[in-house]
Ligand binder design. Structure first.
Ligand code: WT7
Length: 649
């Protein structure tokens, strides 16, 4: 391990920061020693219709996994994100929208957001959407995506946002699992100058005979492109909203009423519907936003994530809006029309806090100074990183070139399941070490355990678990509480298992080393190897497939697919392309394999289990450390794979 560089807390940040190290230590101690008192107090930061009298009621006991926070309180999330700011900042900007083209932008004030959300909430009601109904949102990055989410929250409908880059099949499976009643989409999206056929994808998804729950499709007109129209089922957003009333009182929701479902991949099976509820989620999103980004009134904040991911839920919308912040929503991609687009947007809107992903940073780094050409970025104060481990080189580049050595970087570790950030520096409190997510946020008790679940002390490596609940934690897997328990609480009973490995150093800092299960992280996108494999074997010419992750310079991990063809089929350049296109169509472009390795056979144990450990080693070329291969049914398969690898493009 090379020498670790430490970046101490900066004096100019410390001067104005919400917390210093002493403050962090004191609050952290209290949050662990007395969670009821701590969260009971913090919960008051948001508005309740009926205040809670109970705070924490959680159990990680096998067979009785149950997570409840603020369970007898009632509130409305959209009222917290909008209405409660109207008295003081109705005319301040809630959302800055920056279009795909640099010539298009607009500002939406809190007052305007309120009106749009109320109108659209009434549109949903008019279409029969009631409390507890699931609404699918398959939208580009336009203000209306945020309006749709907030409108659901206003009437107590449960939103299920599906990333606009997912295929019709992936959309259909999420609609089926969640029993989505209404889908909100746009005619087309616009990204990097290219149109994305969202409405056509919805049409294709709904043509799936297993989709039988969708009654209406509401279409926002973004491009005016040609689309098919189903008279009985489809309606235009602008037409429906024009005749809707702008008065819609927020529904009174229980703290534990579902707020949203968001699908995420695991090591086995189809993606899981992660369910988050209202009160604890909002308290946690709002509080982490404030402290992690050291938010001050008037700050302009930009999170580059898509609303289709948890980052887009918690830190593009709900966390910032709950704090009355100005949040920037960008339709396009960070390097279009030119490499310096991200830096240009920072200058144009005078962004103070920037939250982005390592994959974007590495892509910029590969372009060097082009990424900042003609920009000053002098408005920036705090910068964040999320989604995957950030390598120290990329960290230093981000720090030096984007932030001019002026801005602390908060490397925030968390998951779709955690609702909000769990391990992170705080700008005024934490000395930074590039590559480390540093220390736990309030109320979070990380621990490292060995393979048997024994808690390890001191500086060590291990499996990362969390010993107790925090308010933002997911409550269940939608429709499958057993799966919730199996996935997160059965590997190391009595703890929440994250699926990540980590190292803790002598200062108690955590260094996330990546997934220890069969989950890949490609450009910050999470995918199960099993999902990609089942897409591959669905191809008529493919007999068997195994997928492993390999290091990738920009994407963090790349997808390496071993593919065995049916008897009589021969590998060819055409088939290579066909197979890649197939996966794009089955799941979406983010799942496209980087490498296809035509394999004559896969290494299996005598009981037929594929030995992925060996496949990982062969894919990365570490063939002199294959380990024990004596349990293989056919040891010769390994030599063949090694030989084949030399021919892999
Ligand atoms: C997985 C969760 C967190 C929202 C976006 C991704 C990896 C996330 C970091 C980080 C190292 C990270 C983990 C985690 N991850 N942030 N700062 N350092 N790894 O959410 O799709 O649920 O993925 O992303 O492996 O388990 P997600």
């Amino acid at each position: 391990m090379s020498e670790v560089k430490v970046h101490p807390v900066k004096a100019h940040i410390a001067q104005n920061a919400l917390l210093d190290d002493t403050g962090y230590q004191a609050m952290y101690r209290q949050s662990i020693d007395n969670p009821d008192a701590f969260w009971g107090e913090q919960g008051k930061q948001i508005d309740w219709i009926k205040p809670y009298t109970k705070v924490k009621n959680t159990s990680y006991d096998p067979g009785h996994i149950s997570i409840k926070w603020f369970e007898d309180g009632t509130l409305n999330l959209s009222a917290n994100c909008i209405d409660r700011h109207l008295a003081t900042r109705a005319d301040e900007t809630a959302i800055i929208w920056e279009g795909d083209s640099p010539d298009e932008d607009k500002k939406v004030s809190y007052r305007e957001l309120h009106e749009q959300v109320c109108r659209f909430a009434n549109v949903l009601k008019a279409q029969g959407v009631a409390k507890g109904d699931v609404v699918g949102i398959y939208m580009p990055m336009v203000v209306e995506a945020a309006v749709a989410m907030l409108a659901c929250a206003r009437i107590g409908a449960v939103h299920s946002v599906v990333f606009g880059g997912f295929s019709p099949d992936a959309l259909a499976s999420r609609i089926i699992d969640s029993r989505t009643k209404v889908v909100i989409t746009a005619d087309e999206g616009l990204r990097g100058g290219r149109r994305v056929a969202l409405k056509a994808n919805v049409d294709a998804a709904l043509a799936n005979p297993r989709v039988d729950s969708v009654e209406k499709v509401i279409v926002y007109r973004r491009t005016g492109g040609d689309i098919a129209w189903h008279e009985q089922r489809d309606l235009w957003w602008h037409e429906a909203a024009a005749s809707a009333s702008a008065d819609c009182p927020p529904a009174e929701m229980n703290a534990e009423d579902p707020l949203f479902i968001l699908y995420t991949s695991g090591s086995t099976g189809t993606p899981k519907g992660v369910l988050h509820t209202t009160g604890g989620y909002l308290v946690y999103a709002a509080m982490t936003f404030k402290y992690v980004f050291d938010y001050h009134d008037g700050d302009i904040y930009w999170c580059t994530a898509d609303v289709g991911w948890i980052t887009g839920h918690s830190y593009l919308l709900y966390g910032p809006l709950a704090n009355g912040a100005t949040t920037l929503l960008f339709e396009g991609v960070p390097n279009y029309p030119k490499t310096n687009r991200m830096a240009q947007i920072v200058d144009k809107h005078q962004v103070n806090i920037l939250y982005t992903a390592p994959t974007a940073i590495r892509a910029f780094m590969a372009k060097g100074d082009e990424a900042v050409e003609g920009t000053s970025r002098s408005s920036l104060r705090i910068m964040g990183s999320v989604g995957e481990p950030i390598n120290p080189e990329a960290w230093e580049w981000y720090y030096r070139v984007i932030g001019d050595e002026r801005c602390p970087i908060v490397d925030t570790w968390w998951q779709t399941e955690t609702g909000g950030i769990l391990i992170t520096p705080l700008p005024g409190a934490t000395d930074l070490k590039p590559g480390s997510a540093t220390r736990p946020f309030f109320g979070v008790q990380p621990a490292l355990v060995d393979g048997e679940g024994k808690v390890l002390e001191g500086a060590t490596d291990g499996n990362l678990v969390i010993l107790d609940s925090w308010p933002g934690q997911m409550r269940t897997v939608f429709g499958d509480h057993d799966r919730f328990e199996q996935t997160y609480f059965s590997t190391f009973p009595g703890t929440y298992f994250t699926g990540d490995g980590a190292r803790r150093d002598e200062d108690g800092y955590y260094w996330i080393t990546g997934r220890v299960d069969d989950v890949l992280n490609v450009s910050g996108h999470r995918m199960g190897t099993a999902e990609i494999e089942s897409a591959l074997v669905a191809h008529p010419k493919i007999a068997e497939a195994a997928v492993v992750g390999v290091p990738h310079e920009i994407k963090g991990q790349g997808i390496y697919a071993y593919v065995t063809l049916n008897a009589g089929e021969v590998p060819s350049a055409e088939l290579h392309k066909e197979v890649k296109d197939w996966v794009r169509k089955e799941i979406g472009p983010i799942a496209t394999p980087d490498v296809i390795h035509w394999a004559e056979g896969l290494p299996k144990t005598r009981s037929g289990k594929i030995m992925r450990r060996i496949l990982r080693k062969i894919a990365t070329g570490e063939t002199d450390s294959l380990g024990d291969t004596s349990t293989l049914a056919d040891p010769a398969v390994v030599d063949r794979l090694i030989e084949e690898r030399s021919r892999v493009a």
